[in-house]
Design a binder for this molecule. Structure first.
Ligand SMILES: Nc1ncnc2c1ncn2[C@@H]1O[C@H](COP(=O)(O)OP(=O)(O)OP(=O)(O)O)[C@@H](O)[C@H]1O
Ligand SMILES: [Mg+2]
Length: 279
């Protein structure tokens, strides 16, 4: 954790606020950019994600993602904390299978038991966002609740979507991106993407991104308007984000080949979702 200086900082940082400085290396290094692009995309599609920026450790030169904590800390008295969903799930987990089953129906039941507001809408947005960015890692410690109040009167709200780096084809090497992918290659690649969650404990995940969304919005057609709004962005909006990312000179560069790859990925996922959900 690092703490922002009280003055002299860029206006997109909060003075005296705590941030995570999250480092990824080796074949996972591109997760840095995936965190940043996922945040920028969240602003376009209207999903709550903690602000994420590319940053350098000035003492070592090491790059990392600077991620704003959900709550004012340490400047204010800390009355809010994050609780991982897993904290409320231990009795669900089968012996020897850490973290599984992990499925939507049971997740919703926990949200309702804790009286968290609007869990169905939150999950609708979460599975659409994870499908758009191809996130495969929404396990039970990568979503959770902001908990406020005293022992006797606790309030739970679903936290912004954090830990979005395992996405956007981060493990695809530069060599594989040198030539543009045609639509067939991209479609075959996207079909392999999956959510961590399953549908229910009897149909445990991981589950393919697109079929999962189809099943969800078929079961909850009243949320299709939310999906249509989220998916109404243009290629140009994504292009602006990826183009901007290529302009940073940091030890982990975001290349123009990767910009093209991610632009195509997000566009292809948006179009596939719109078609499958009949939006
Ligand atoms: N914006 C935030 N505010 C407060 N706490 C956060 C925030 N983002 C993440 N955390 C906490 O920090 C932990 C690690 O962050 P994150 O999940 O992004 O990193 P990670 O390296 O993928 O960790 P893991 O491998 O354990 O999933 C999270 O499990 C969560 O408890
Ligand atoms: Mg995590």
């Amino acid at each position: 954790m690092v703490i922002c200086p009280g003055e002299g900082t860029p206006d997109f940082l909060r003075p005296n606020q705590g941030y995570l400085f999250k480092v990824a290396s080796g074949w996972q290094a591109q997760q840095l950019w995936c965190e940043v692009i996922a945040y920028e995309l969240s602003l376009v599609v209207g999903v709550s994600v903690p602000p994420a920026f590319v940053a350098l450790d000035s003492s070592s030169g090491e790059p990392g993602a600077l991620i704003e904590l959900f709550y004012p800390y340490p400047a204010a008295m800390r009355t809010v904390r994050l609780a991982h969903a897993a904290d409320y799930m231990h009795k669900n987990f089968a012996d020897g299978k850490k973290g599984r089953p992990h499925a939507l129906r049971e997740n919703l039941a926990i949200c309702r038991a804790l009286n968290a507001p609007n869990p169905l809408e939150w999950w609708a947005k979460a599975i659409l966002f994870d499908t758009l960015i191809g996130n495969t890692d929404r396990h039970s410690e990568n979503w959770g609740f902001l908990v406020e109040g005293t022992q006797d009167a606790r309030q739970f709200t679903l936290a912004p979507l954090y830990d979005n780096g395992t996405s956007l084809g981060y493990g695809t090497t530069d060599a594989k991106l040198a030539n543009p992918w045609d639509a067939r290659r991209m479609a075959a690649y996207l079909a392999r993407g999956h959510h961590d969650i399953g549908w229910s404990k009897n149909e445990d995940g991981p589950t393919q991104h697109l079929p999962f969304c189809v099943r969800f919005f078929t079961a909850h057609p009243e949320l299709k308007g939310t999906a249509a709004t989220m998916l109404s962005f243009t290629d140009q909006q994504v292009e602006e984000i990826v183009q901007w990312a290529t302009e940073f000179f940091v030890p982990i560069m975001f290349t123009s080949d990767r910009a093209r790859f991610i632009l195509k990925q997000i566009g292809a996922r948006r179009d596939a979702l719109k078609e499958a959900l009949e939006l």
